[in-house]
Design a binder for this molecule. Structure first.
Ligand SMILES: Cc1cc2nc3c(=O)[nH]c(=O)nc-3n(C[C@H](O)[C@H](O)[C@H](O)COP(=O)(O)OP(=O)(O)OC[C@H]3O[C@@H](n4cnc5c(N)ncnc54)[C@H](O)[C@@H]3O)c2cc1C
Length: 411
């Protein structure tokens, strides 16, 4: 197992740093400073992702034949660590990291040629239609119907039902969607994986308010309703009834990835806030030994996670499959992320409060209260509320514990 970076890898790191210095410009930094969740509004996201695409770095995980950079696991780790350390925006995963690997592995040559290039260039945006109002953790219970039909334009499915918690559906041109095409005894057998053009008549996207308040341009989750939505059969991936297999393949990509670089970056922010806030004993919050102890504990958790991530990625480099480790990384990474967002609130103290009141002013029909407090405190409370989601999305942390219990402990 090799955990040290080689001279070439360190040179690559310098190349990435130099590119970030140039590409991550002041306009993007200003937008990111107010982001509640690491994403920008759609225009900002597109601008950032197109810069990555122009450099050939939009899709670190894609093989070279589809336009990926052909990086080693170590290069991918370095790239992720450097972009996180610099506080760059999170790349929207639904197209590049989620549906694209499924299309590459199970799609037809026509589907690959049609869908992959505009995902890579960020010209076409995707959303994920897995969860339904009564089907989240128990996803195989999903009910959205896809009935066969035939008309002058050809064979198709007719979709009826609804998907929920659909991230950025309001931005999406397409949805990859799990639908029920059969009523087999084993629920997983009746599921198919279809690609739906979001402009098809019969689709309604309805925003769901979240705890963090209505931050302009940052609407996150939606419910999407389908009423007699026509989807050509050629938009189905793979075989009918095999969608569960493709869906599970995709989840490996959704849960994989490293968290430690982001945690370190967020801890740096907390320390800067604490250094600027007056503490009880005359100094700053950062001078308070109890606060410093909490900060140090979180640094240790991030460092331990980083060591595990490096060990796992070193294994991946020599061909080991990530397996149940993706559940462990998701669990520890998101638990720690939430703990850091809690400590940020403690650091900012009452300065975090005006922003919460402001975001709700419009909904409550009253003029927004003038902001007081330093700018950095603005996103602290929305981030705290927003990150409650981290232990729920991509399979809740209780479900990850179940997976670990089964696959690692054999329970
Ligand atoms: C911010 C956000 C964005 C999301 N984006 C998307 C998206 O883009 N597309 C999409 O399809 N979905 C999305 N989701 C949905 C997400 O995948 C589900 O919320 C998640 O799978 C949990 O399902 P549920 O909400 O129905 O909760 P439930 O499954 O009803 O769970 C409720 C509680 O019970 C616990 N629980 C359930 N079953 C078990 C069990 N067997 N053992 C122990 N505990 C259990 C859960 O951990 C949870 O605490 C998103 C969710 C969030 C919060």
């Amino acid at each position: 197992m090799q955990l040290e970076f080689s001279a070439e890898e360190l040179q690559f790191r310098d190349e990435v740093r130099a590119w970030i210095d140039d590409a991550y410009d002041d306009e993007l930094k200003t937008l990111m400073a107010q982001s509640k969740n690491g994403y920008l509004d759609k225009a900002g996201q597109v601008r950032w992702q197109k810069k990555l695409h122009a450099r050939g770095w939009a899709a670190p995980n894609w093989p070279r034949e589809y336009g990926g950079p052909g990086w080693t696991p170590a290069q991918r780790y370095i790239f992720q660590a450097e972009t996180a350390a610099a506080g760059c925006p999170t790349v929207s995963p639904m197209g590049l990291k989620m549906v694209a690997p499924v299309i590459m592995k199970f799609g037809t040559p026509e589907q690959k040629a049609r869908f992959l290039p505009p995902i890579l260039s960020s010209d076409v945006w995707w959303c994920q239609g897995y969860s339904e109002p009564n089907s989240g953790s128990d996803l195989a219970s999903l009910q959205m119907r896809a009935d066969h039909g035939r008309d002058a334009q050809g064979e198709h499915y007719v979709l009826n039902g609804s998907k929920i918690w659909t991230t950025h559906a309001q931005w999406a041109d397409w949805m990859f969607c799990l639908v029920r095409t059969g009523r087999e005894a084993r629920r997983q057998d009746g599921i198919s994986f279809v690609l739906v053009d979001m402009r098809t008549p019969g689709i309604t996207v309805s925003p769901l308010p979240t705890l963090d308040g209505p931050v302009p341009g940052q609407q996150e989750v939606n419910q999407v309703f389908f009423e007699n939505v026509r989807v050509p059969v050629e938009n189905r991936i793979g075989e009918e009834g095999m969608g569960w297999t493709y869906a599970k393949y995709l989840l490996e990509f959704e849960r994989g990835g490293s968290h430690a670089p982001t945690l370190r970056q967020q801890l740096g922010k907390v320390a800067r806030i604490a250094a600027d806030q007056p503490g009880d004993g005359g100094g700053t919050v950062l001078d308070d030994p109890a606060f410093r102890r909490k900060l140090a504990e979180l640094h240790l958790r991030a460092a331990a996670l980083e060591a595990v991530e490096l060990r796992i990625f070193s294994g991946v480099a020599s061909g080991t499959s990530i397996g149940a480790a993706s559940s462990m990384l998701k669990l520890v990474g998101t638990d720690t992320l939430q703990a850091i967002s809690e400590l940020a609130v403690e650091a900012a103290g009452p300065d975090a409060l005006p922003f919460v009141q402001d975001t709700w002013a419009e909904v409550q029909g009253r003029p927004a209260a003038p902001r007081v407090g330093p700018d950095y405190a603005g996103p602290v409370a929305p981030r705290y509320f927003n990150y409650r989601k981290a232990s729920i999305y991509a399979g809740s942390n209780e479900i990850q514990r179940n997976i670990i219990a089964k696959l690692v402990l054999g329970l």
